[in-house]
Design a protein. Structure first.
Length: 592
């Protein structure tokens, strides 16, 4: 029995509670020439040979697995041919070198004898492995699966988030797609009638190779003067993520607000929110036009409703006592630093955090942890934004977590959106560097002033409630419902020790008074929170106080039959059911 195509190796999250209809992928329909162009076989071979990699992982998205066997075979064939050509050139070069030395030394050397190897030639065959399913998302490089086959490099096919990897080098093959230039130009002219308008021409990665030609036509034939064609840049933290920007924006990022964006193909939601908060307008050209010769209409985006929805989730997380941190990547660079940053933010707000690694996210996995009332996803800049309504707990990004953990009086959101956690880490490092650059003298003056104010008012400049226990802090209310939240900060906020020695107070006395306590806040008997290894654990407290089901059979008392001497009497052996699920036969039925 032969399969008509490669199997589907992943299940969409929206099908988790229903049986999905089997989808049969069609086999490869590309000709050999189209395959070489579409998957850039020759460039891939040259990069593998130049990098001297011998174990190569080929990562395909699900919709390209039908072409994977042919791509792999063509790569092997061309690598073998390239290997022979390079070996012949190396032998020829070494032979010429030996002949030259022999002539200079006036020594006759026979270098043409069969079996001689004038130099060491690397002729080891490359080992290629096709990665079927991805650990997280198709846009990310799956270093986990690649390391399982001891790969030295990953060839990533299809569109990518271009997030920097942590361990392995990557060869990106974007698999270009076709685009009708004349139809696109007509749509552009209908959208922007002013030839002087500032427009940034962007495209999804599979269509990016069309951008330079479109820019040339718009400038030379149509007369547009302020059209900027972007180029791919491996930097999600750029003002235009993974794209170059006009020269004036490099010196003044705020100048980007005067530009409009003409984007070819639908962008991811995270990219759309990022662009909408930084530019004047965003128009999207759909690439799935089925209306024949009719030019598609560019649609202007409106992200107001999406931002309101994200802010509602943010406010809900702000009052959550337990926050789960979902690791949605094991390959994006600095993801462990982002994890520490999120843990620090949650601890500073007096909340408890738990870290989870669950692979691909779906509602069923998250529903297993009912004690967690809010989630933050650490992943690539595209996958961190979860827009599905199937999750019954709010799921936010690291940027939204920063906003949620800010005090209600200081939380101001003007519509800015940051999708890449690398930009957040860079901003945090810049703040620390600016504080360090102030110098020790300025720091001592600030510490003295802070200590005096803290002694007088028991407050600090950064947070007036930093040195207060959770019981002494003002009440907190859910801004969505107006209800009082009694357990928003189960861990209590860590206090800040003040440098009171400069104010003439004995160091030991100051340490005793100002040193923050790591122990649990004293509460009334019966209200003490559960602890694990001496550390307070709201998760354990939830299991103890709110989870009533303890497992199968836990609601029945175990009772044994006993004889007259009090010994446990064994159960009588009985014949059970027999047959198939369509109709079981019980022992009594057989006897009857």
């Amino acid at each position: 029995m032969e399969a008509s195509g490669a199997p589907v190796l992943s299940t969409p999250a929206e099908h988790i509670f229903e049986a999905p209809v089997p989808v049969t992928q069609a086999g490869s329909t590309l000709s050999d020439e189209q395959l070489y162009v579409q998957y850039e076989i020759r460039r891939t071979v040259n990069e593998i040979r130049n990098g001297k990699w011998k174990r190569v992982a080929l990562q395909f998205p699900d919709d390209m697995l039908g072409d994977a066997p042919r791509v792999c075979e063509n790569l092997k064939k061309d690598l073998k041919s390239k290997r022979k050509t390079d070996a012949a050139k190396a032998v020829e070069g070494a032979t010429e070198g030996i002949k030259k030395v022999a002539i200079e030394d006036e020594i006759e050397v026979d270098v043409a004898r069969k079996g001689d190897k004038p130099c060491d030639v690397e002729d080891e065959e490359e080992h290629l492995t096709i990665l079927g399913d991805t650990s997280y998302g198709a846009c990310c490089v799956d270093e986990v699966a690649a390391e399982h086959c001891s790969a030295e490099v990953v060839v990533h096919y299809g569109r990518s988030c271009l997030s920097p990897t942590a361990r392995l080098p990557v060869i990106y093959v974007f698999t270009t797609r076709s685009l009708d230039h004349e139809s696109t130009i007509a749509t552009f002219k209908a959208t922007y009638s002013d030839l002087q308008e500032k427009v940034v021409l962007m495209a999804d990665i599979p269509f990016q190779h069309h951008v330079p030609e479109l820019e040339r036509i718009l400038k030379e034939r149509e007369g547009y003067t302020n059209v900027h064609a972007t180029e791919i840049l491996h930097n999600p933290s750029s003002p235009l993520p993974n794209r170059t920007v006009p020269e004036e924006i490099s010196s003044d990022p705020s100048a980007l607000a005067s530009y409009s964006i003409f984007h070819i193909s639908d962008p991811p939601t995270s990219l759309l929110l990022t662009l909408s908060s930084r530019v004047s307008r965003v128009h999207i050209l759909p690439t799935n036009n089925t209306s024949g010769n009719t030019s598609p209409q560019a649609l202007q985006t409106n992200t107001t409703a999406a931002l309101r929805r994200r802010y509602a989730l943010l406010i809900k997380v702000a009052t959550a006592p337990i926050i789960g941190i979902l690791i949605n990547t094991l390959s994006v660079k600095n993801y462990m630093t982002a994890l520490s940053h999120c843990q620090d933010l949650i601890a500073a707000a007096g909340k408890k955090s738990y870290t989870f690694v669950v692979g691909k996210l779906n509602a069923a996995k998250i529903a297993n942890f009912s004690e967690v009332e809010g989630w933050v996803v650490i992943g690539c800049w595209e996958s961190s934004l979860i827009e599905s309504s199937d999750f019954y707990r709010p799921i936010v990004t690291p940027f939204e977590l920063e906003m949620a953990m800010t005090n209600d009086k200081e939380r101001v959101w003007g519509g800015e959106w940051v999708s890449d956690f690398g930009a957040l880490l860079a901003r945090d490092q810049a703040k620390k560097a600016a504080a360090a650059a102030a110098g020790p003298a300025a720091q001592n003056e600030d510490d003295t002033a802070t200590a005096a104010a803290s002694n007088a008012n028991n407050t600090s400049d950064d947070d007036p409630y930093a040195n207060l226990s959770s019981d002494d802090e003002p009440p907190e209310f859910d801004l969505r419902t107006g209800r009082y939240v009694s357990n928003s900060r189960p861990m209590g906020r860590p206090g800040k020790a003040s440098n009171t020695s400069s104010a003439g107070i004995d160091n030991k006395t100051a340490d005793a008074k100002q040193k923050p306590s790591s122990s649990l806040i004293q509460r009334t008997k019966g209200g003490e929170i559960a602890s694990v290894n001496g550390a307070a654990s709201p998760g354990a407290e939830y299991l103890r106080s709110k989870r009533t089901w303890q497992g199968l059979g836990s609601d029945y008392a175990i009772e044994y039959e006993r004889d007259e001497n009090g010994k446990i009497r064994g159960a009588t052996m009985e014949e059970g059911r027999a047959g198939v699920a369509r109709g079981y036969a019980v022992a009594e039925d057989k006897e009857g």
